[in-house]
Design a protein. Structure first.
Length: 324
């Protein structure tokens, strides 16, 4: 039996497997990245994937490695290690933890929205989880200071709670179904506060911009603004189906005798419905914008434009990692 031919060392595993200029390619990529099964992988499996990827990048191809195995290793590696720093990420901050964590938290937010303490508690849990995710998936290799982290966390939690309680008091005299949408409004408001604050350093100092071959050209705050705007939009999009569809279904179900007889099924049903929405909404909303986002040189700040033009007068477009 002869050995399968050795893989060429030229496959670019720094980029995703599928064409990221199409929505379909990005969706396939994020279905892999957000696959909750990645959470169950052992430390040994992660280290093995890291070894395969690092060896391959260094030009060593283990004999008998197939292209599928190489890509599988890359996706396992990407699911657990930070793209810019290479550190192993906190388990619950990884993209593969998004669906199970959000499903539980969102399900509970939608179930326990009637009393003030419950609203406070679940909005706080949600913002604590968001803070961990935003910290874990920050763009670039710039560290966030504990005080910036604290400010963002406190502000987002306050924003979410104030929105939730404010809207809750407004909806007292409105139809019941409207009360069920309060958690969504609170989450959307908190995302608009939380993400820019968590990434305020990028807004002040800029994020790394590169040419299409990945050569660093400097930092840009205009790129940071675009990156953060895109992330806020896709995060709100991610929450929307999970927080908009189940309330309608639950509202209809609660009028039936079945749920009146078994009220304890309310939370599990809600969590299940949310999970179903999130399994699709999470990767599809991550895929709304390319991970490696781009903007014309002419849209950068004047001083950054000047520096880029000095290095490469012909350059039209710069690229940056938008973060998640």
């Amino acid at each position: 039996q002869k050995m399968p031919p050795s893989l060429p060392a030229t496959i670019n595993i720094r980029e995703p497997r599928w064409d990221q200029s199409t929505f379909q390619g990005r969706a396939k990529h994020f279905f892999m990245v957000t696959d909750p099964r990645n959470l169950l992988l052992s430390g040994a499996t992660l280290e093995e994937a890291r070894r395969v990827v690092e060896d391959y990048r260094a030009g060593t191809v283990p004999p008998g490695l197939t292209e599928d195995q190489l890509w599988r290793a890359k996706y396992i590696y990407d699911s657990a290690f930070h793209p810019d720093t290479g550190e192993k990420m906190l388990l619950i901050g990884r993209m593969s933890a998004q669906v199970p964590m959000n499903m539980t938290i969102t399900g509970c937010m939608l179930t326990f929205y009637r009393t003030t303490p419950a609203v406070l508690f679940w909005q706080w849990v949600n913002q604590s989880f968001n803070a961990i995710v935003n910290y874990t998936n920050r763009s670039g290799d710039a560290p966030i200071t504990p005080s910036q982290l604290g400010t963002a966390y406190v502000s987002a939690t306050t924003g979410a709670v104030v929105t939730a309680l404010g809207l809750k008091s407004l909806t007292k005299h409105l139809p019941a179904i409207i009360g069920r949408y309060v958690p969504f409004a609170a989450v959307a408001a908190a995302n608009c506060i939380n993400i820019p604050l968590m990434r305020q350093r990028e807004l002040k100092l800029g994020i790394p911009i590169t040419d299409e071959n990945g050569n660093r050209l400097g930092e840009s705050t205009a790129a940071a603004q675009k990156a953060i705007f895109q992330v806020v939009v896709s995060r709100i999009g991610m929450a929307a189906p999970a927080m908009a569809i189940p309330p309608v279904i639950m509202n209809a179900l609660e009028k039936r005798a079945f749920l009146k007889r078994y009220p304890y099924l309310n939370a599990p049903l809600q969590v299940g419905l949310v999970g179903l929405c999130l399994v699709f909404a999470t990767p599809l909303c991550c895929a709304l914008f390319p991970q490696k986002s781009s903007m014309p040189v002419s849209r950068l700040e004047p001083e950054v434009q000047a520096r880029v033009r000095e290095k490469d007068p012909q350059l039209e477009t710069v690229y940056f990692n938008k973060g998640l």
